[in-house]
Every structure is written in C-alpha cells, then in structure tokens.
Design a protein around this ligand. Structure first.
Ligand code: PEP
Ligand code: MG
Length: 557
C-alpha cells in the first residue's frame, strides 16, 4: 500500500481506479516510415481538415465576438501554412522519412524554442499559437477527437492540474474523485469539484506518478489521504469511517426545514453557490434558502460558440422556476482568467487573472452581454431574480451596465416581451478597488456579494491557482477581514444588504465573526448549507458590548 497526502476539497470517501490524464500531450513516437509519400498525404489531409476547422471557428467567432478577436483563427491558418513551418515538416517526412506526428511535434518544438528566445514580447507570445496550431494538427493526424481521456467508470482522475473547462467537460458519471499534483483549494477546479459533490485532493505533489495508473485506490476526503492498493486494515478503517460520517449526515438532514438562527435570535440567510441545473437540485435537497451565486459561465463551457438567447432563457427560467420564488442571484458571465471557453477567443495575456475577464468582457462584447441580459430579464417573470456583476473596479462600470439594461428593457417592451420590474442589480466585491469605493458603489447598487476568492488573491498578491504560497499566508488574513468589515459598514450605512459568496463564507471558524459583522447572507456549496446552519444554531451572540469587544479583538482596531 502507498499513502499520499494532499489538501482535501470535499469531505467524502471515494473508491476507484487511478486514471491519469495529460493535457494536450500526445504520445508521439519517432519512427522511420517505409512510404514517405503516403505519410506526407496523411499530414496534408490532417492539415486540410485542421484548416477547415479553423475557418469554421473564424466564421463562428465573427458573428459572436467580432472581426478583431476572430482574427486569431486567421493567424492560426497562416502559421499552419507558413512556408518555413510547413517546409520543415515536409523535409522531416519526405527527406528524412520520419512519421507525420513526429515531424509536426519536432517542428513545433524548434519553432517555439526559436520564438521564445526572441526579444520581442509579441513574438514570444506567438509560441502559444504555434503550440495550439501544432496540437490541432496532431489531433487530426492521431485521430483524437479531443484530449479528454476515455474513462472506464469508477475512475479517480489524476493529473498535474485541471482547468475549469476540463473539469466541467469530464464525464462525471465515470469519475469518483479528482486528484491533482498541484492546485489550491480556492482554484475553480476545487470549487467545481466541491459543488459537484466529488471528493478531490489537490496539491498532492510529485508522488502521484503515472506508474500508479490503473491501480485501485481509496481517496479519503476527510483526512486528505489517498490510499493506493489499500490493505485490509485500511479498508476496514475506511468502512468504519464511512458509517460514522453517514450517521452524521443523517443527523444533519434533520436540520432541513429549520431556520438559520442563533440561540439568541439573530437570523441570517444561507444560500447556495451553483453552476448548473443539477446543482440547483442539490441546493434544494440541502434546503438552501436561495441561490446566492449562480456561476452562469459554467453552464456553457462545453460549447464552441456563445450560447444564444433562447438557450439561456430556457436555463435561467428553469432555475427560477425550480427555486419556487426563492431568490436567485445570477452572475453575469465571469469568463477569462482560468475560465476560458472556446468562444472567448482572447489574445495571449501575460497575466489573464488581471486581464480581459468578467465585466470587462461583458462591456467590450456588448452584443454578447445584451443577449445574456435579455435572457435574464425575460426569465425574471418566473421567479425572484437578482443579477450580480463580477470584477467591478469602478462605479462607472455599474453605470454602463445600467445603460445597457435600460436598452434591453426598451427592446423587450417594444417586442411585447414581459419582464419583472423588481430585478435587483448587485456588485460582486472582489477587488480591493471595489472595497475602497464601496461607499460610492453602495449608493448605486441594490446589494453586495463579497467574492472572497478573488478578493484574497488581489489583496494578498497570492495567485489563487498557486498552492505554493498558501502556507506562508495566515489563514484569515487581517487585511481581508478588515475589508469585509468596511464593505459591511458601507453597505449597511446605505441601506443595502451584503452577502459573502466566496469560499470564506463556508469557513465555520468565521461564522460567529460574520454574524457579528451583520453579514446578511452566506452563500456556500450546497453540501455546506446544513453544516453552516448547525453552526449558526449553536452560536449565541450575547450583548452589543461583547460583540464590539470580540470584533475589536478579531480585527485588531
Ligand atoms: C470569488 O471570487 O470569490 C467568487 C465567488 O467568484 P469566483 O470564485 O467564480 O471567481
Ligand atoms: Mg471571482
């Protein structure tokens, strides 16, 4: 038996077979071929198919995001047919008699090396394009539909790190758990795994080698341990643990239908964070008071083009109907950074987390945003809708969104399409800029939701994808707690509510502090709703003087 430790993302136990996944890494062998002409034809067929594919992607991008961004596919076509690039491949196949996939992989390597060594940042950035183009060619040569692994079922998916789009696209019916070498607990992949009720272990390190592929394992999400080829005693220990945890869950379920109220009568809303319709059911089963954050972008990762209005309308309407009049906070598309669906088509950015993302994409790609807003407003008559704007840094962005909403409403009126007049518009407070201007924002927003995941990353200058620095940072950094207080005070002084929808909202060691700060709503993954309710019901806040003293101690002011 081997034992590997990592950081657990979701407390549960999973059994399965370790299945390794490597992104965009094709198995390319170096082979001398007997018929170079035939091999060259294999290459040219693959190239023609890839060029057609790029042409289609260009057409789609043109209508959804416009000429400027669609150009990337034209550039990729140009790279693919570049004389030097093609010349080297041709030479390797026809003159040196190597196989087509090796010729492409070898050419890609020498081109990326050459570009990477250039002084110009622009040329360096093109290395990504050469890699992308070469991967596309390789996929066609090797006949791989995509790079998703073929899963047998009962797989514990192991990899270096996962991108959110990959996590969403994996066939979850066949995955019992995720296990990644790197990655942090606040990464979107971790959040997704938790929301989907899939046990996951991140940051397990280099011990997770591919030699373990195909081995039976148990992932214990309670202790953050992966047991590979577990012995009898471990299996018995895990069975016992599962039985105990099962009983605890039963007890928790008895809290369904109860209020989120402290022993001395302070009530707080507990909502759920979700990203698709299944998770809405999960929220309902866990007796969530509403949806505090619907990450709308997660529903449309598996698409190559931006979802149209009808599809979005259908989905938003379903969420609102399923929630039967309970509040649903739909966030505007928060794409960019680590969330990059195919249709985003952005140029390479050195630091995408601080680049073209979220509200910036919405405001620049106004047609796309209007489509989403139209779908949201049309759905608004089917329930209680609030709209949340991610990554706001300035009140001018909020004002521009209001202008677009005004246009959307005018259009819907002229088309005779009904919408609710009671849709609230909130700001996600997830940048220090939004915190420090929250007094201004609070005068023009209907509510705040604090996104602590991004707020922590930008306040502490700690990349949320990077697990390496997590340990150097105090768990509850004073700067972030103080920021939460600033936001709460500014919200309440202006008569609006404030919630927390980042992962910190589910941190039970902070629940008392959040209650003392009069946070109005905590939005957590569905499976955390009842544990949070249990904690709230066990707290007694005592008198105002004591609360003040507690906060003074906690926030050191
Ligand atoms: C956040 O940043 O805290 C948040 C809730 O949004 P996301 O995790 O999707 O960035
Ligand atoms: Mg965020």
């Amino acid at each position: 038996m081997y034992v590997i430790k990592g950081k657990s993302v979701f407390g549960a136990i999973a059994r399965g077979v370790l299945t390794f996944y490597r992104r965009d890494e094709f198995v390319v062998n170096k082979i001398k071929v007997g018929d170079p002409q035939l091999e060259y034809k294999k290459y040219t067929d693959a190239r023609d198919a890839a060029l057609t594919e790029l042409g289609e992607l260009y057409e789609r991008a043109l209508s959804s995001i416009g000429e400027k961004d669609a150009q990337i596919f034209v550039i990729h076509q140009m790279i693919m047919t570049d004389d030097q690039y093609e010349g080297q491949i041709k030479d390797l196949i026809l003159e040196q008699h190597f196989n087509a996939d090796y010729a492409v992989a070898c050419t890609a390597r020498s081109f990326t090396k050459m570009l990477g060594e250039m002084d110009s940042e622009y040329m360096q950035a093109r290395t990504m394009d050469v890699k992308d183009v070469s991967s596309r060619l390789l996929r066609h040569i090797l006949n791989c539909a995509g790079n998703m692994p073929v899963l047998k079922g009962n797989s514990i998916l192991c990899t270096g790190d996962l991108m959110p789009s990959e996590t969403v696209l994996m066939d979850k019916s066949k995955i019992t758990a995720f296990c990644t070498r790197t990655g942090s607990v606040n990464s979107h992949t971790a959040i997704l795994a938790k929301t989907m009720n899939i046990p996951a272990l991140v940051n397990v390190g280099g011990a997770l080698t591919e030699e373990l592929d195909g081995m039976d394992a148990i992932l214990d999400g309670y202790s953050g341990t992966l047991y590979i080829q577990p012995d009898e005693a471990t299996i018995r220990m895990i069975d016992g643990k599962e039985a105990v945890e099962g009983r605890k869950k039963e007890l928790l379920h008895r809290l369904r239908g109860r209020r989120n109220i402290t022993r001395d009568g302070h009530e707080i809303k507990v909502y759920a964070n979700v990203g698709n319709l299944n998770e809405v059911q999960n929220a309902i089963e866990n007796d969530s008071g509403g949806i505090g954050l619907f990450r709308s972008e997660f529903m449309y990762f598996d698409r190559t083009e931006f979802p149209n209005e009808e599809l979005q309308f259908y989905n938003y309407r379903r969420v609102l109907e399923d929630m039967k009049g309970k509040e649903v906070v739909l966030a505007a598309f928060d794409i960019g950074a680590d969330k990059r669906p195919d249709y985003l088509n952005t140029e390479y950015e050195r630091n995408p987390a601080m680049g073209y993302r979220a509200i910036r994409v919405c405001l620049e790609q106004k047609d796309m945003f209007k489509t989403q807003l139209r779908a949201m407003y049309r759905a608004s008559v089917y329930g209680r809708l609030s709209i949340l704007l991610p990554m706001i840094i300035d009140v001018s962005e909020l004002r521009r969104v209001k202008e677009i909403i005004h246009e959307v409403k005018e259009e819907l009126i002229s088309e005779g399409k009904p919408f609710s007049e009671n849709v609230k518009l909130g700001v996600m407070i997830e940048t220090p800029a939004a915190v420090m201007t929250s007094d201004i924002l609070a005068k023009e927003a209907d509510f705040f939701n604090i996104g602590t995941n991004d707020l922590e990353q930008f306040t502490l200058a700690l990349d949320r994808q990077n697990s390496r620095y997590e340990q150097i940072c105090p768990e509850h950094h004073l700067a972030v707690l103080r920021m939460i207080k600033i936001v709460c005070d500014n919200a309440h002084a202006n008569g609006i509510e404030v919630g927390i929808c980042g992962e910190l909202g589910g941190d039970l060691s902070l629940t008392e502090t959040f209650l003392e700060l009069h946070v109005d709503m905590l939005s957590v993954t569905p499976s955390q709703v009842l544990p949070l309710r249990r904690t709230i019901r066990s707290i007694s806040l005592s008198d105002r003087r004591q609360i003040h003293a507690n906060l003074q101690k906690m926030l050191k002011y």
